[in-house]
Design a protein around this ligand. Structure first.
Ligand code: TMP
Length: 213
Protein backbone atom coordinates (compact mmCIF):
# COMPACT_ATOMS: atom_id res chain seq x y z
CA UNK A 1 0.00 0.00 0.00
CA UNK A 2 1.22 3.53 -0.75
CA UNK A 3 1.67 5.65 2.33
CA UNK A 4 -0.56 8.59 3.15
CA UNK A 5 0.54 12.14 2.39
CA UNK A 6 -0.49 15.24 4.28
CA UNK A 7 -0.23 18.58 2.48
CA UNK A 8 -1.55 21.91 3.74
CA UNK A 9 -2.18 25.20 1.95
CA UNK A 10 -1.82 28.51 3.72
CA UNK A 11 -1.93 32.24 3.14
CA UNK A 12 -3.78 35.40 4.13
CA UNK A 13 -7.39 35.85 3.01
CA UNK A 14 -7.49 36.83 -0.65
CA UNK A 15 -4.26 35.01 -1.52
CA UNK A 16 -6.23 32.77 -3.92
CA UNK A 17 -5.55 29.25 -2.66
CA UNK A 18 -8.81 27.52 -3.56
CA UNK A 19 -8.59 26.96 -7.32
CA UNK A 20 -5.03 25.74 -6.97
CA UNK A 21 -5.93 23.21 -4.26
CA UNK A 22 -8.55 21.75 -6.62
CA UNK A 23 -5.89 21.38 -9.33
CA UNK A 24 -3.50 19.61 -6.97
CA UNK A 25 -6.33 17.21 -6.04
CA UNK A 26 -6.85 16.53 -9.75
CA UNK A 27 -3.14 15.86 -10.21
CA UNK A 28 -3.15 13.19 -7.49
CA UNK A 29 -6.40 11.62 -8.72
CA UNK A 30 -4.94 11.31 -12.21
CA UNK A 31 -1.99 9.53 -10.62
CA UNK A 32 -4.49 7.03 -9.17
CA UNK A 33 -4.35 8.27 -5.57
CA UNK A 34 -7.32 8.53 -3.21
CA UNK A 35 -7.66 12.19 -2.20
CA UNK A 36 -9.35 13.77 0.80
CA UNK A 37 -9.93 17.44 0.18
CA UNK A 38 -10.72 19.20 3.43
CA UNK A 39 -10.39 22.48 5.31
CA UNK A 40 -9.89 24.15 8.66
CA UNK A 41 -11.60 25.25 10.66
CA UNK A 42 -14.04 22.54 9.55
CA UNK A 43 -13.96 19.13 7.93
CA UNK A 44 -16.37 17.31 10.30
CA UNK A 45 -19.98 18.17 11.27
CA UNK A 46 -18.89 19.41 14.71
CA UNK A 47 -15.85 21.26 13.36
CA UNK A 48 -18.05 23.00 10.78
CA UNK A 49 -20.33 24.17 13.62
CA UNK A 50 -17.29 25.50 15.45
CA UNK A 51 -16.23 27.21 12.22
CA UNK A 52 -19.54 29.09 12.11
CA UNK A 53 -18.95 30.31 15.66
CA UNK A 54 -15.32 31.39 15.28
CA UNK A 55 -15.89 33.11 11.94
CA UNK A 56 -18.94 35.07 13.02
CA UNK A 57 -19.04 35.57 16.81
CA UNK A 58 -16.86 38.06 18.66
CA UNK A 59 -14.90 36.27 21.41
CA UNK A 60 -11.91 36.37 23.71
CA UNK A 61 -8.54 35.54 22.09
CA UNK A 62 -7.95 32.39 24.17
CA UNK A 63 -11.49 31.18 23.44
CA UNK A 64 -10.83 31.70 19.74
CA UNK A 65 -7.56 29.75 19.89
CA UNK A 66 -9.17 26.93 21.89
CA UNK A 67 -12.05 26.61 19.43
CA UNK A 68 -9.60 26.45 16.51
CA UNK A 69 -7.74 23.64 18.24
CA UNK A 70 -10.97 21.89 19.31
CA UNK A 71 -12.14 21.88 15.68
CA UNK A 72 -8.68 20.61 14.66
CA UNK A 73 -8.72 17.77 17.18
CA UNK A 74 -12.05 16.46 15.83
CA UNK A 75 -10.81 16.82 12.29
CA UNK A 76 -7.59 14.94 13.03
CA UNK A 77 -9.30 12.09 14.84
CA UNK A 78 -12.25 11.63 12.50
CA UNK A 79 -10.86 12.56 9.08
CA UNK A 80 -7.13 13.16 8.75
CA UNK A 81 -5.65 10.23 10.70
CA UNK A 82 -8.02 7.62 9.21
CA UNK A 83 -7.32 8.89 5.66
CA UNK A 84 -3.56 8.78 6.22
CA UNK A 85 -3.90 5.26 7.65
CA UNK A 86 -5.72 4.24 4.45
CA UNK A 87 -2.79 5.55 2.42
CA UNK A 88 -4.69 8.52 0.97
CA UNK A 89 -3.55 12.03 0.16
CA UNK A 90 -4.96 14.63 2.55
CA UNK A 91 -5.07 18.13 1.09
CA UNK A 92 -6.01 20.57 3.80
CA UNK A 93 -7.00 24.18 3.14
CA UNK A 94 -5.27 25.65 6.25
CA UNK A 95 -3.97 23.82 9.31
CA UNK A 96 -2.11 24.82 12.48
CA UNK A 97 0.15 27.35 10.75
CA UNK A 98 -3.02 29.43 10.31
CA UNK A 99 -3.51 29.47 14.08
CA UNK A 100 0.05 30.70 14.61
CA UNK A 101 -0.35 33.26 11.82
CA UNK A 102 -3.87 34.56 12.68
CA UNK A 103 -4.14 34.10 16.44
CA UNK A 104 -0.39 34.42 17.12
CA UNK A 105 0.61 36.98 14.47
CA UNK A 106 -2.68 38.78 13.75
CA UNK A 107 -4.17 38.84 17.24
CA UNK A 108 -0.83 38.93 19.05
CA UNK A 109 -1.79 35.89 21.15
CA UNK A 110 0.98 34.12 23.08
CA UNK A 111 3.05 31.94 20.68
CA UNK A 112 4.15 29.58 23.47
CA UNK A 113 0.55 28.89 24.54
CA UNK A 114 -0.26 28.02 20.94
CA UNK A 115 2.78 25.71 20.82
CA UNK A 116 1.52 24.03 23.99
CA UNK A 117 -1.96 23.51 22.52
CA UNK A 118 -0.38 22.22 19.33
CA UNK A 119 1.50 19.56 21.32
CA UNK A 120 -1.69 18.51 23.13
CA UNK A 121 -3.82 18.29 20.01
CA UNK A 122 -1.39 16.88 17.46
CA UNK A 123 0.57 14.37 19.54
CA UNK A 124 0.84 10.92 18.00
CA UNK A 125 1.30 7.72 20.00
CA UNK A 126 5.02 7.74 20.79
CA UNK A 127 5.14 11.51 21.18
CA UNK A 128 5.85 12.85 17.67
CA UNK A 129 3.60 15.64 16.40
CA UNK A 130 1.32 15.27 13.43
CA UNK A 131 2.27 18.00 10.96
CA UNK A 132 1.78 18.39 7.24
CA UNK A 133 4.80 17.05 5.37
CA UNK A 134 4.47 19.84 2.84
CA UNK A 135 2.97 23.29 3.37
CA UNK A 136 2.38 25.45 0.34
CA UNK A 137 2.33 29.07 1.49
CA UNK A 138 0.61 31.54 -0.88
CA UNK A 139 2.41 34.70 0.13
CA UNK A 140 0.83 38.00 -0.86
CA UNK A 141 1.07 41.69 0.01
CA UNK A 142 -2.01 42.46 2.17
CA UNK A 143 -2.89 45.50 0.04
CA UNK A 144 -3.18 43.35 -3.07
CA UNK A 145 -5.21 40.79 -1.10
CA UNK A 146 -7.56 43.55 0.13
CA UNK A 147 -8.19 44.69 -3.46
CA UNK A 148 -8.97 41.11 -4.50
CA UNK A 149 -11.31 40.57 -1.54
CA UNK A 150 -13.17 43.86 -2.07
CA UNK A 151 -14.92 42.40 -5.12
CA UNK A 152 -15.55 38.99 -3.54
CA UNK A 153 -18.07 37.64 -1.01
CA UNK A 154 -19.47 39.30 2.12
CA UNK A 155 -16.50 39.35 4.52
CA UNK A 156 -16.44 37.24 7.69
CA UNK A 157 -14.87 38.29 11.01
CA UNK A 158 -11.32 37.79 9.74
CA UNK A 159 -11.79 39.01 6.17
CA UNK A 160 -13.11 42.33 7.44
CA UNK A 161 -9.89 43.04 9.39
CA UNK A 162 -7.71 45.97 8.20
CA UNK A 163 -4.52 45.60 6.16
CA UNK A 164 -2.27 45.94 9.22
CA UNK A 165 -3.90 42.83 10.75
CA UNK A 166 -3.01 40.90 7.60
CA UNK A 167 0.52 42.32 7.62
CA UNK A 168 0.84 40.78 11.10
CA UNK A 169 -0.68 37.49 9.88
CA UNK A 170 1.82 37.46 7.04
CA UNK A 171 4.65 38.03 9.52
CA UNK A 172 3.24 35.13 11.55
CA UNK A 173 3.50 32.84 8.53
CA UNK A 174 7.07 34.03 7.90
CA UNK A 175 7.98 33.29 11.52
CA UNK A 176 6.47 29.82 11.29
CA UNK A 177 8.35 29.17 8.06
CA UNK A 178 11.60 30.22 9.76
CA UNK A 179 10.86 27.74 12.58
CA UNK A 180 10.08 24.83 10.23
CA UNK A 181 11.74 25.62 6.91
CA UNK A 182 11.98 22.01 5.74
CA UNK A 183 8.26 21.60 5.08
CA UNK A 184 7.39 25.13 3.85
CA UNK A 185 7.42 26.18 0.20
CA UNK A 186 6.65 29.85 -0.46
CA UNK A 187 4.73 30.78 -3.61
CA UNK A 188 4.62 34.36 -4.90
CA UNK A 189 0.83 34.79 -5.00
CA UNK A 190 1.06 38.27 -6.54
CA UNK A 191 1.66 36.64 -9.93
CA UNK A 192 -1.26 35.99 -12.26
CA UNK A 193 -3.32 32.87 -11.61
CA UNK A 194 -1.69 30.76 -14.33
CA UNK A 195 1.83 31.55 -13.13
CA UNK A 196 0.83 30.71 -9.55
CA UNK A 197 -0.65 27.44 -10.82
CA UNK A 198 2.62 26.55 -12.57
CA UNK A 199 4.57 27.25 -9.37
CA UNK A 200 2.19 25.18 -7.24
CA UNK A 201 2.43 22.25 -9.67
CA UNK A 202 6.23 22.45 -9.65
CA UNK A 203 6.49 22.69 -5.86
CA UNK A 204 4.28 19.63 -5.36
CA UNK A 205 5.98 17.57 -8.09
CA UNK A 206 9.48 18.44 -6.87
CA UNK A 207 8.53 17.64 -3.30
CA UNK A 208 7.04 14.28 -4.31
CA UNK A 209 10.34 13.31 -5.98
CA UNK A 210 12.21 13.73 -2.72
CA UNK A 211 9.50 12.61 -0.27
CA UNK A 212 10.31 9.35 1.49
CA UNK A 213 8.36 6.43 -0.07
P1 TMP B 1 -11.03 30.25 4.93
O1 TMP B 1 -12.05 31.31 4.69
O2 TMP B 1 -9.79 30.39 4.14
O3 TMP B 1 -11.59 28.87 4.91
O4 TMP B 1 -10.50 30.44 6.44
C1 TMP B 1 -11.30 30.75 7.48
C2 TMP B 1 -10.78 31.90 8.27
O5 TMP B 1 -10.35 31.43 9.55
C3 TMP B 1 -9.60 32.64 7.67
O6 TMP B 1 -9.85 34.03 7.78
C4 TMP B 1 -8.46 32.27 8.54
C5 TMP B 1 -9.08 31.94 9.87
N1 TMP B 1 -8.36 30.94 10.66
C6 TMP B 1 -7.81 31.33 11.87
O7 TMP B 1 -7.91 32.47 12.27
N2 TMP B 1 -7.15 30.38 12.60
C7 TMP B 1 -7.04 29.08 12.20
O8 TMP B 1 -6.43 28.25 12.90
C8 TMP B 1 -7.63 28.70 10.94
C9 TMP B 1 -7.52 27.29 10.47
C10 TMP B 1 -8.28 29.68 10.21
Amino acid sequence: MTRGLFISFEGIDGAGKSTHIDRVAQLFREAGRGVVLTREPGGTPLSEKLRELVLHEPMDALTEALLMFAARREHLVLVIEPALARGEVVLCDRFTDATFAYQGGGRGFDWQVLAHLERMVQALPGGALRQPELTVWFDLDPHIAARRLASARVPDKFESQPANFFAAVRAGYAKRQAEMPERFRRIDAAQNRDAVGVDVGRVVTDWLKQAAP
